[in-house]
Design a binder for this molecule. Structure first.
Ligand code: NCD
Length: 318
């Protein structure tokens, strides 16, 4: 926010392409605004800051949570929200991404929310479309609104992110959630631990300013927050783990392993969960620790805040 706006400025618009490019003040501004939207949503209220604006959800990968969350967020702010998926669009007929961008420009979309299996798609579209672009996940690269909603959830329980030990465990290699969280949490002063089997840890992870573990028990010791990741089989080019049963034995979070973390440790998961693979049902449903449902609620509030900040800025620069 050094130049006073939120997100990355490309052309005349600002975009949320990743946590990279945000500073602690920008993160705090989203989280603070999201707080006000939580109470508004709980009271069943709505705002019309996006009245007359159009938000397009362009999802090239399947999604339930994130797409619905953006849709709800846009609607609660009074926007018209359109959902588009490639199987129902000209993309399936072989139209290039850049032709799609030209079409979107002609439609005068205000905000484009995009999810794609290729890293860099959101950034590419931001160069080509006149809308504000929000990255809703690009390959294994970034998923900034997930990291922001995770940060909001943690901050509401602990009051701060600084000084906390956060263990991010599982399929780190294929996880954009892990990458965005590492960027955000290290920037805000948390101590981040990454843990997974050696085959599922990225080669350069030790240079990310984190501690790297292959022993889940060691990674969990005295952790304030335990974030579990799904085995993202759709991104695996080969078998990275012997079997789900074997994986669960060593890397699944169960009550006995969780007992190694702080007594009041938070258990998080971005969803969708594979119960019995990376997390035991009894832990996922234990409300003394699990904030997994709350993450979903925080997702709507954070996306309202992001939409509001980007559109506000676009209006100022129009
Ligand atoms: C995550 C994603 O798509 O990266 N899910 C989500 O956005 N809630 C994590 C995952 O798919 O495992």
């Amino acid at each position: 926010m050094a130049d006073g706006g939120f997100g990355r400025l490309i052309g005349r618009k600002r975009h949320l392409l990743g946590i990279a490019g945000l500073d602690p003040r920008a993160v705090a501004s989203v989280l603070d605004l999201a707080e006000t939207y939580i109470s508004l949503a709980r009271k069943g209220g709505a705002r019309d800051v996006l009245r007359g604006r159009t938000v397009l959800n362009l999802f090239f990968e399947t999604s339930t949570r994130t797409r619905t969350s953006f849709e709800l967020a846009g609607k609660r702010l009074g926007a018209d929200v359109i959902n588009m998926s490639p199987s129902g669009s000209a993309m399936a007929k072989g139209e290039s991404l850049l032709d799609t961008a030209t079409t979107l420009n002609a439609m005068a979309i205000d905000v484009l929310v995009v999810r794609h299996d290729q890293a860099g798609t959101a950034a590419l579209l931001a160069q080509k479309v006149e809308a504000c672009v929000i990255n809703a996940g690009d390959g294994a690269h970034e998923h900034p609104t997930q990291a922001l909603l995770d940060a909001l959830t943690i901050r509401r329980h602990r009051g701060t992110l600084a000084g906390l030990t956060v263990a991010i465990c599982g399929d780190v290699l294929h996880s954009r959630v892990a990458r965005s969280n590492v960027r955000l949490l290290t920037m805000m002063g948390s101590r981040v631990r990454l843990c997974g089997p050696p085959t599922l840890l990225p080669a350069g992870a030790a240079e990310w300013g984190v501690e790297v573990f292959t022993d889940l028990r060691a990674a969990l010791r005295e952790a304030d927050v335990v974030m579990m990741l799904r085995l993202q089989r759709e991104r695996m080019s080969r078998a990275f783990v012997p079997s789900s049963r074997e994986y669960f034995r060593f890397y699944g979070l169960d009550p006995e392993k969780l007992a190694l973390a702080k007594p009041d440790a938070l258990v998080m998961h971005p969803g969708p969960m594979n119960r019995g693979v990376e997390i035991d049902s009894s832990v996922a449903d234990d409300l003394a620790h699990s904030v997994i449902e709350e993450q979903v609620e925080m997702g709507v509030a954070v996306r309202m805040a992001v939409l509001d900040l980007l559109v506000r800025d676009a209006r100022r620069n129009a």
